[in-house]
Design a protein around this ligand. Sequence first.
Ligand code: ZN
Length: 334
Amino acid sequence: MARTFEELFPSEEACHQHLFRLRWPEGFRCPRCRGDACWQVSRDLYRCQKCDHQASVTSGTIFHGSRRSLRVWFRAMWYVTNQKLGVSALGLMKELDLGSYHTAWAWMQKLRTAMVRPGRDRLGGKVEVGVTYLGGRKPGKRGRGASGKTVVVVVVQDLGNRIGRIRLRRIRSASAENLAAVVREEVEPGAQIFTDGWRGFGGLPEMGYRHIVVPKGGGPGETALPMVNRVVELIYRWLQRSHQVAVRPSYMDYYLDEFTFRFNRRSWRSREWLFFALIQQAAAVAPLPVRVMRSRKHPVASTIESSGPPRPPLLRTKAHPDGGKTDGAGEAPA
Ligand SMILES: [Zn+2]
């Protein structure tokens, strides 16, 4: 029987205790002198008995410095992990009564940093790497019709008869330089990389990869990479169903990270696990200023991103009740 949020975290105190256990699983440990005796100064603050250093439970987590209670943050993560098709800033704003769209947007960006596991490993073995163009009516390809779309590198681990883990990265253009930067960060050296014949991939052998060019595939928007195609199809459907509006580039990063977080855990049977995984990662990630978050991870910053948080969409953003299913068994998440 699935538990409710109220049952899991009935109070602010319960949230603090949970975070305390995540940070100090074997009891308090002073970050400065490693002492293990402390006084509790306030709900969030502990003082080392040996060196007087004050350590807060929330420091070094995405919750640090937030004016909202920890329980509101936990509720936000509960909401996010329980919306199969992802959330919009508007949805989050309403659910948590955040009062401002700007705040909801900033919260989404913070949750996003928690979805990308800190220090995650690179994908190895056999890997398909493709480029897709999202944001239009259909997943597109390079060339005509690509303007106004978001360029996304799709990295898929090929486990033979099934898809392993994925990585999704937005880039400004499918140039050799941008592609190389993503591949270097997401794929282990020595891995076997399958791509289409795009010349932007030409430098992979020099970078220490075994590069295999797969002959061109079928219809428009399709590469010859079946696993990349499958993932692109799922992303596209997910975006369509959950958001129903053309996703702005500044939003796309959030959605791609959320999709990756879910996809790489798709075999997990319980939503509760997803929720606890997100809390755990949120407790291990220091918050970044919004300005930094916007430009994070991208070899080339988009000019659109410097124009501040986007305006709320005018169309409805309610999540579709079904769909979002993925196939294949999961791997270790990342
Ligand atoms: Zn100390």
